[in-house]
Design a protein around this ligand. Structure first.
Ligand code: NIG
Ligand code: FE
Length: 394
């Protein structure tokens, strides 16, 4: 380590970490390590050991892709305009309804492998491209199956209030009825989601409609989160904070009042520089204000076929630094400690602390700032999940 750079990141140099029963049970300087049987010791070869990355906002499961829409946008048609003309999210809804669960899983697994190859050990996956009970359940089940097949922890989020399905055109309140009275109760009953999300936007749902969704979620004991203030200020962050939301996400257009409300409610700001970049947004989320008010700032890929077709968490760390002015240390915390909080898993994962799950990434690097620095570098860190060391192909 460069001696001119102060040891930060809460790092322990020449450290060691003990794991028992899948949890971290010892942490400290290598010289102080209690005696372990040598066959149980793993040498990390002067690499850095970090918490496994937590990608706390993704729409990883979907049918088709929107590369043609990308071409249109490059010709000057806006994301909003495409959505209003029946493209955008609704075109992915059509493709997701058509595809069977096996193919949906295969497509998603391919994208997920890009993330795990870069150290992700927990991923949040939202529904929201089914928009009817059967297809929303199909998406959530596929998301849960991914955890079994891909050696990753998955946290699922029900995003029924993502867009208005075509069959409800002109009847948004009736669709919200369906979300609140049928979908949320059934999804809660089948234990398919860890949280409920919505898209509060002029091309999504109004604060009044989202309030109803949040009330239904609360009634069924599910925590909430919200796509808030991505394109306009709708007062979504204030609404989210009122319901003690785990997170409010995007936040380019959040007001100071929204930031204050989030700070008070301990709602995490999930910032998504990939969508900011992809939509060529020019208004940045108010990073200084969020810092000033002590709002935890998480980062995520927002992997989705429209606004952020990105499967690289490390690219997001770099974008957070270059586009939003994060420090590399804040960026790493954003995709570990703060990402875990945004999922309500702050006591379980996200830092290297005694008692937490031993979810780790072992990186062949000299300093953690490298994780935000290189673009496209194929590190392939060794991942450890609940103490199980991933076998690495050589
Ligand atoms: O997080 N903003 C709404 N939802 C997604 C985009 C979904 C899509 O375009 O398919 C987002 O940016
Ligand atoms: Fe999103």
């Amino acid at each position: 380590m460069d001696p001119t750079i102060p040891a930060s990141y809460g790092a322990i140099e020449n450290g060691a970490l003990g794991v028992t029963g899948g949890r971290i049970t010892w942490l400290g300087k290598m010289q102080e390590l209690p005696t372990y049987k040598s066959e149980n010791i793993r040498d990390c070869e002067s690499g850095w050991l970090t918490p496994g990355l937590v990608d706390c906002h993704t729409h990883l499961v979907f049918g088709g892709n929107r590369a043609r829409e990308f071409e249109k946008r490059l010709q000057g048609v806006s994301y909003e305009q495409i959505a209003r003309e029946g493209g955008g999210i609704v075109s992915t809804v059509k493709a997701t309804r058509k595809i069977n669960a096996d193919d949906l899983l295969k497509d998603a697994a391919l994208r997920l492998s890009g993330m795990t190859a870069q150290g992700v050990t927990t991923v949040e996956i939202k529904s929201g491209y089914g928009l009817d009970l059967e297809n929303e359940i199909k998406m959530l089940e596929v998301a849960k199956d991914l955890a079994r097949e891909e050696n990753v922890r998955v946290s699922t989020t029900f995003l029924g209030a993502h867009a208005l399905p075509p069959e409800y055109k002109g009847r948004a309140d009736d669709y919200i009825d369906l979300v609140c009275k049928q979908m949320i109760p059934e999804i809660a009953k089948q234990n398919l989601a860890n949280a409920v999300d919505g898209f509060c936007e002029n091309i999504g749902f109004t604060p009044t409609q989202i309030r109803r969704v949040f009330e239904a979620a609360k009634k069924h004991g599910l925590p909430v989160k919200l796509h808030a203030e991505q394109l306009t200020d709708q007062g979504g962050a204030i609404l989210a904070a009122e319901f003690n939301a785990l997170s409010a996400d995007h936040l380019e257009y959040v007001s100071e009042g929204g930031v204050r409300a989030m700070a008070k409610a301990n709602t995490v700001a999930v910032l998504l520089p990939g969508a900011f970049y992809y939509l060529k947004e020019t208004k940045k989320p108010p990073i200084d204000l969020l810092r000033e008010h002590g709002v935890p700032m998480a980062l995520a890929t927002d992997c989705n076929p429209g606004s952020s077709p990105i499967t690289s968490p490390l690219l997001i760390l770099n974008m957070a630094c270059t586009l939003f002015g994060f420090t590399p240390e804040e960026a790493l915390a954003g995709m570990t400690r703060e990402g875990a909080k945004a999922l309500g898993l702050g006591d379980e994962i996200g830092t290297l602390e005694k008692g937490k799950n031993a979810d780790l990434a072992i990186w062949p690097i000299d300093h953690p700032s490298e994780l935000s620095y290189w673009l496209g570098r194929d590190y392939r860190p060794t991942r450890v999940i609940g103490g199980n060391i991933e076998s690495v192909e050589t």
